[in-house]
Design a binder for this molecule. Structure first.
Ligand SMILES: O=C(O)c1ccccc1NCC(=O)[C@H](O)[C@H](O)COP(=O)(O)O
Length: 241
């Protein structure tokens, strides 16, 4: 059985690595330099980095230069998220050398453009399905954007390669992942799913690992690493077992 991939997160707001609660603007705790955080996860053995431009996601500016600097300094694979909604922002994101980008709002608001870029870029495009219940949220998770399963069916039919699934109610709370949601999404698609939000312990990671046969490919870990609930080395060991 393939092992669960781990993607430590570096979310950037106003030039700083931060953690949010429920993805809400204004709930930030700052953790200093995004580059230092990313290099620390790389040195600890990460194979992936989940890098988010929160200002671009919220529409409060962007950290494009810094994001490009961080992505450029990585020898590991980078998944880039936040505010990628048109040709210019997609081009800038791909130019960082990232392995893939994560589209959110665009999948809800400009589906034709998303279908076009999926056709052009294949598995360099993932779609973030960020939900409250089964309602998708866009614009930095501030606006409703339709039904999860209808959107998933549409994206599947357009050839979307992979989904990053976040239960917003769990995100940044250290309350554990929504395993039921992950199971339901895996049952509704044959594409790989990356789990995001709420991981609090090594047992949470072991529980997500048990969903690999159902289609979960990876897990993003943010707050738990910054809060030192466990180290990345411990996490990598837990999912390797
Ligand atoms: O990814 C986005 O585009 C985004 C937009 C608005 C608010 C938050 C956003 N992402 C947050 C993340 O991807 C978190 O890093 C991730 O869910 C980790 O959560 P946790 O382990 O609970 O800290």
């Amino acid at each position: 059985m393939p092992k669960l991939e781990l993607l430590p997160a570096v979310d950037v707001r106003d030039g700083q690595a931060v953690r949010l609660v429920h993805g809400e603007s204004g709930s930030e705790t700052s953790y200093g330099s995004p580059l230092e955080a990313a290099l620390a996860w790389q040195s600890a053995g990460a194979e992936w980095l989940h890098l988010v431009d929160l200002d671009a996601a919220f529409g409060t500016g962007d950290n494009r230069t810094l994001i490009a600097e961080v992505a450029g300094a990585m020898e590991i694979k980078v998944e880039l998220s936040g505010g990628i909604r048109d040709d210019a922002s997609l081009e800038a994101a791909l130019a960082t050398g990232c392995r893939r980008v994560n589209l959110g709002t665009a999948a809800l608001e400009t589906p034709e453009w998303v279908a076009k870029v999926i056709a052009e870029h294949g598995d360099k495009i993932a779609v973030g399905l960020d939900v409250r219940g089964t309602t998708l949220r866009g614009r930095g998770w501030t606006r409703d954007g339709g039904d999860l399963y209808e959107t998933l069916a549409r994206l599947d039919s357009e050839g979307c390669a992979r989904y990053v699934v976040t239960d917003i109610a769990k995100d940044g709370t250290l309350q554990g992942p929504n395993l039921g949601l992950l199971r339901d999404v895996c049952a509704a698609t044959d594409r790989p799913v990356v789990a995001s939000g709420g991981v609090s312990s090594l047992d949470d990671l072991r529980a997500i690992s048990l969903l690999v046969p159902e289609g979960v490919e990876g897990a993003i870990v943010g707050k738990a690493l910054y809060a030192k609930a466990f180290t990345l080395e411990e996490a990598l060991k837990a999912v390797a077992a």
